[in-house]
Write a protein that binds this ligand. Sequence first.
Ligand code: ADP
Ligand code: ADP
Ligand code: ZN
Length: 218
Amino acid sequence: MFVIIFGPPGAGKGTQAARIVQAHPIPQVATGDIFRKNLREGTALGIEAKGYMEAGKLVPDELVSKIVADRLQQDDCVAGALLDGFPRSLPQACFLDAWLAERGMAIGLVVHLVVPDSVIVERMGGRRTCTNCGATYHVSVSPTKVQGICDRCGSQVIQRPDDNEATVLTRLATYHEQTSPIVEHYRALGVVADVEGVGSIDRIGDHVIEAITKAFPV
Ligand code: ADP
Ligand code: ADP
Ligand code: ZN
């Protein structure tokens, strides 16, 4: 099963992805996490992505697409994957569809988290992210048990440099211009489930799991 968790920056993709992978045996493939890991390790890829990320712009399509294709070729993705943060442009979506089609597969579901911009800006101010495993928290809505320390892996939790208000506004503009048209692309294929992304994390999680169960009946 290939599932895309989709929505604007800060919609709760990572938060809900963590729940999905507990309920289904597929790995989460989060392009933002891959870039941040490369940045920490000082690889050529990390260095190339840095400027785009800091500016709130998209890393070029060919670069991102190649990284995702390499990742999807690994053994743990044979039964599928949960894509988080990819695709983020129509060319990326077309690349992904073609890559899967060549292997007799297709995207089975796009979970579209619907969250208005005003809510996003508020959420991002309070977001904290694990420097090691990418888990996300919120200072008031879902804080770490011990301040500054990741519940999941014990590493340091920080505010991402691109989670400042000015960059969040640029990322939202990038989302509306380049990323949101993907929803209509997949809606035409009949695979989009719109899920209200405002409300409690648990309740949204129930709706997300419901949408997946409906799309992939056992
Ligand atoms: P968020 O969780 O807030 O949506 P991500 O961690 O997914 O943010 O992405 C952070 C940054 O990494 C993006 O602003 C962009 O610069 C880059 N990035 C991540 N995924 C992609 C992608 N699929 N295409 C282009 N750039 C990407
Ligand atoms: P994304 O991966 O889409 O960028 P995250 O999952 O990192 O988004 O969530 C963004 C921020 O909003 C985090 O601080 C997270 O703890 C918080 N958050 C996630 N879901 C909700 C929700 N339903 N209500 C309030 N805050 C939320
Ligand atoms: Zn962690």
